[in-house]
Design a protein around this ligand. Structure first.
Ligand code: 5RP
Length: 224
């Protein structure tokens, strides 16, 4: 299993001070920047795109940027995210017409690729593209908004995804996104996740470092 990674979702950051917020959360111990892209079509909300990703790179952010595309169609925006400096680009299988082609586009651009599964979306397609994904992201809320409650059924799905990853023998990250906090992160890790997106739990806290340290202490108990 890969080392644990904490990836704050900037969806809950103060967008008026985004560069500073990203600096602060990385200085507080975060590993990745989780970058939520919403198009008001695939999901009922509108956020940020490749220009903001590129602006963060120009501002000096060197940490991995994990771009979660909640957009449809997928392919025509992939190139812009590659150019903007994304590290991971993940998308929802039902948001593209040709899953294999979209994954290839991402890899050919030098980025790491991944598929995202909504709470009620089965993992079936994975068996056909396991060699083409670097990350599997399970949504533990319905996508579109931060601050929702973790859907407990996702724990079984995490165990299912972990078994598929282990059987593949590949180093694929298993990321969880939605309602992750200090109180549930240990149980989520025990179910097989290694990469933890947390938006409101981190950015709504008065002290980012304190929350991230508490998360790491909980994670250490999940994998002693
Ligand atoms: O993708 C997302 C919503 O679609 C967000 O990343 C996610 O919900 C994180 O926010 P929180 O930790 O507050 O639940």
């Amino acid at each position: 299993m890969q080392p644990f990674v904490i990836a704050p979702s900037i969806l809950s950051a103060d967008f008026a001070r985004l560069g500073e917020e990203v600096d602060n959360v990385l200085a507080a111990g975060a590993d990745f920047v989780h970058f939520d892209v919403m198009d008001n079509h695939y999901v009922p909300n509108l956020t940020i795109g490749p220009m903001v990703c590129s602006a963060l790179r120009k501002y000096g952010v060197t940490a991995p940027i994990d771009a979660h595309l909640m957009v449809s169609p997928v392919d025509r925006i992939v190139g812009d995210f590659i150019e903007a400096g994304a590290t991971y680009i993940t998308f929802h299988p039902e948001a593209t017409q040709h899953i294999d082609r979209s994954l290839q586009l991402i890899r050919e651009g030098g980025c790491k690729s991944g598929l995202v599964f909504n709470p009620a979306t089965p993992l079936d397609v994975l068996k056909y593209v396991m060699d083409k994904v670097d990350m599997i992201l399970l949504m533990s809320v319905n996508p579109g908004f931060g601050g929702q409650k973790f859907i407990p059924g996702t724990l079984d799905k995490l165990r299912e995804a972990r078994a598929l990853i282990d059987a593949s023998g590949r180093d694929i990250r298993l990321e969880i996104d939605g309602g992750v906090n200090v109180n549930n992160i240990r149980e989520i890790a025990a179910a097989g996740a290694d990469t933890f997106v947390a938006g409101s739990a981190i950015f709504n806290a008065p002290n980012y470092q304190e929350v991230i340290e508490k998360m790491r202490s909980e994670l250490a108990l999940a994998r002693p």
